[in-house]
Structure formats: C-alpha cells, structure tokens
Design a protein around this ligand. Sequence first.
Ligand code: SAM
Ligand code: SAM
Ligand code: SF4
Length: 472
Amino acid sequence: MALPGLRARCRTAATLGIQCTSKRSCIGGQGQGQDQSKTRPGAQPPPGSRSAALYVHWPYCEKRCYYCNFNKYIPRRLDEDAMRTCLVQEATTLLKLSGVQRINSVFFGGGTPSLASPYTVASVLEAIAQNTHLPAKAEVTLEANPTSSKASRLAAFQVAGINRISIGIQSLDDTELQLLGRTHSASEALGTLEEARRLYPGRTSVDLMFGLPGQQVEPWLGQLQELLSRCDDHVSLYQLTLERGTTLFAQVQRGTLPSPDPETAAQMYQDGREVLREAGFRQYEVSNFARNEALSSHNWTYWQGGQYIGVGPGAHGRFVPQGDGGSLREARIQTLEPDNWMKEVSVFGHGTRKRVPLGELELLEEVLALGLRTDIGITHQHWLQFEPHLSLWEVFGESEEVRELQSQGLLLLDPRGLRCSWKGLAVLDTILLRLLLQLQNAWENRSPPTFKVTKSGAASPRGDSCFKYDLD
Ligand SMILES: C[S@@+](CC[C@H](N)C(=O)[O-])C[C@H]1O[C@@H](n2cnc3c(N)ncnc32)[C@H](O)[C@@H]1O
Ligand SMILES: C[S@@+](CC[C@H](N)C(=O)[O-])C[C@H]1O[C@@H](n2cnc3c(N)ncnc32)[C@H](O)[C@@H]1O
Ligand code: SF4
C-alpha cells in the first residue's frame, strides 16, 4: 500500500502505517490476560473487535528540527478554535463509523501537542467520552517538548485528562541539541522531566536519540546514565534516521557534517540496552524500555495488531468501519495539510484521504512484523485470533530458515509462540525479511487459494518511520 504523499522506505511498515524501525519506533506494552482496567497492556481483541485505541495528531511546531520529517507545520497564524472544532468533529465521525464501544487509550502526538491548549485536549477527550466508553483509567498520553511544557501547563493538561507524558529530550548535550535544531537546552529538558515526574509519577516517558553525526559511544552512554539517574519508568531510544529533505540530511550530503557511523550506532544500541537492563528496565520492544510495568498500552495496541482510530491531519488508523456495514479492516490516512484537512472535515465530517482494505495476508504480515518487535513476540493464541486456519506451527514449524535462526540463538518457536531472543531483537531486520517470505510461501501453498495474493516482497523494519513524510 502506497499512501499518497508518503514515501515509506519500509514496505511492511508502510502497510502498517506506523513508525516501524528496528532501533527506533513509537509503540509498546505487554501481558496476556492482564487487567485492562489498570490500563496495563493486555491480550488484544481480534481484528474487528469493539474496542480500539485512538490517536490524535496535533500538526504544529514552533520550529522545524533539523532531522524531522513527521507531518508538522510552522503556522503563520493558528486558528485553534477551528482546529479544536475539527478535531472534535472528526473524532465523533470516525468513532461512529468504527462502531467501537470502548477506547482503551488515547495518544496526542505530533507535531508538538503540548503547544495545544489544555482546553482543546479536554474537548477532544470529552467528544470521545460522549461517543464511546472511555474508562477513567484509560492511558491518555501527551507528547511534550521541553520548551512548550512549563510546569503550569503540565498541571493544566492533567486537569484536562492527560495521565501520561512523553518528553522529547533527544540529547543531554547542548551542542548536539543545537545540531538537531532543538529549541531547548539540556538543563531545560531535565527541568521539564522533573516537573513531569512530580505530576505524573510512574507515567513519564523520555525519548533519547542516538547515532548522531560525530557522536561517540562513551559520551552518549554518559548521557544515558545521567538520564537514568533522573528519569521515571519509561525510556525510548531512537536511532537517528537521516531523512531526505531535512536540514541534517543536506548537511551530511554537502559534507559539512560527518555521516553517522552505523557501527558506532549499533554499539550504542547494544551498550544502551545493556545499561537499561542493568538499571532494571525490561526491553519490551525494539526501542522501548520500561520498569515497574510502565509499558505504554497505546503503543502495545499497535504492536499487537489492535484497532486504532487516527484523528487529525496525517493521522493513520486501522479499523473496521462497522458503522458503515464494513467487515474488512481498513488502513486509513487523513489528509496531511492542516488547512485542507479542516476544509474536508467541515464539509464531510472527516478528512480521510485514503482507505485501503487490508487483505488477509497483509493483516498477517502486520501481525508478524509488529508482534516480533516485542519481547513476548506472537503467542499461538494471539495468532489464531487473526488466522484460525493456518497456525504458527504450520507456517514456521517445518521451515529450514526458522531452524537455522533458532540454532543461531536468534529466534524461538515453542509452545508459547514465536519470538526473538534478546540477541535476535537487535537484528530483527534480517530475521523479519526471512520470516515474511516464509509466511508468503505458506500462504500461497495453503489450499484452496481462494484469495488474492497481495504484494509481496522484502520488508525491513529498520531505520524509517512511516508516520514521516518526505519533504522533497
Ligand atoms: C515516535 S513515537 C514516540 C512515543 C513515545 N516514545 C512514547 O513512549 O509514548 C510517537 C510519534 O509517532 C507518530 N504517531 C504515533 N501514532 C500515530 C498514528 N496513529 N498516526 C500518525 N502518527 C502517529 C507521531 O508523530 C508521534 O509523535
Ligand atoms: C515526531 S516527534 C514528536 C514529539 C515532539 N514534537 C518532540 O519533538 O519531542 C516523536 C519522536 O520521534 C523521534 N524522531 C523524530 N524524527 C526522528 C528521526 N529522523 N530519527 C530518529 N528519531 C526521530 C524523536 O525522538 C521524537 O521524540
Ligand atoms: S521533532 Fe518534534 S518538535 Fe521537532 S519538528 Fe519534529 S515534531 Fe516538531
């Protein structure tokens, strides 16, 4: 599936419509059969179930960071009232269309959603609660940039209904922050982190980047150690992807900055995950680490192939439009540009630009590619919810490839299910490529072939975000 205006370098990730990279990703959570009311991630419902997660995209930023090509705009004049009205309207329309009866988590991402007013956040949450069941304990995350999240605002967001904060720290080195084009210093970032922890104890996450041009392993590990002495229970490590069309990309192309060294980045990742493990963090996903069970249930829904509704410019969704009589899950993307999106929402009640019904094989590819990003992988029970007629054993049990990966200590297929080992998680790209081909073969060879084989091909989970948009 190719989405308009969005060139994803990772086909499976493009199909998924979510950021999918081996050393950088956005999603998380775990735990078969746990109590959802505690908002801890639990077993996921089948493809067309009556519950979903909901993502809200706030498309504006103060300034363009030099590395970023997510869907974001620097507004000359921002009409927040109009934006709020449209977000509320689109959330209402899509919730009705989806027919979901319960929203288990909400995520305000961007862009810089901490630039939105708490009133806007509260209005969207109210619209969700009016149209479906939003449990009081549902995880409700807001991404916050250090400069736009003063203590008073963080408190106001809490009153508005936010109960989890994800802070884009990116680096604790001021020179690196300048290189990235960030508007904050390391000490401002730590100040925001301190405030966030005070207000959202156990529910504050930080993003730290690695693999920057010229960055060395030891100083970066020093940053990570410092962050660990200050942070809460959730850390995301994102390897820099040089995105075409960004300032950083141009600087590296021109030779004014050195190209990031992949070996150095790989070493940082290995050492970083070791340091986090020693500090009591569980690596529950390729890029995500949590202790005290502070896994992100919203992102876990993505990785478990759950339904999600995307609201706002450029938001991605995956749900069955049951309200329309639909029975197939659709990959959806909303119109990217905020003014155009607002016009469409005003006329049609939503700004859905692209709808692609997902075939059975495509859905299974997603379940495989996303599930393997997590430490628990894909349980047999989970797989059967999506494909009752072709078990994991049938797909992978006789595979030479799988046997080889198992003997290399990279993969496990056992009575629990299919998952990467600790060692394997670091090389998911290569593993996944082989497993996807295996799945496609097994699918083609099952009988009778009453389905259309979808586009096939190599898929790599690494390095790219499919929530990102090429600028050129
Ligand atoms: C990179 S992740 C960071 C998550 C963070 N580390 C955490 O634990 O909460 C979040 C970003 O992914 C993108 N994103 C997530 N879900 C999305 C969706 N459904 N549609 C479009 N973009 C999405 C947004 O750009 C958002 O800012
Ligand atoms: C899209 S941003 C939105 C959140 C917020 N505006 C911020 O800047 O922190 C979410 C996360 O994506 C990560 N990210 C964005 N562009 C990236 C890139 N080119 N390579 C690696 N990570 C990236 C950053 O770590 C950032 O915290
Ligand atoms: S990294 Fe965050 S603040 Fe920077 S441009 Fe991207 S979305 Fe905006």
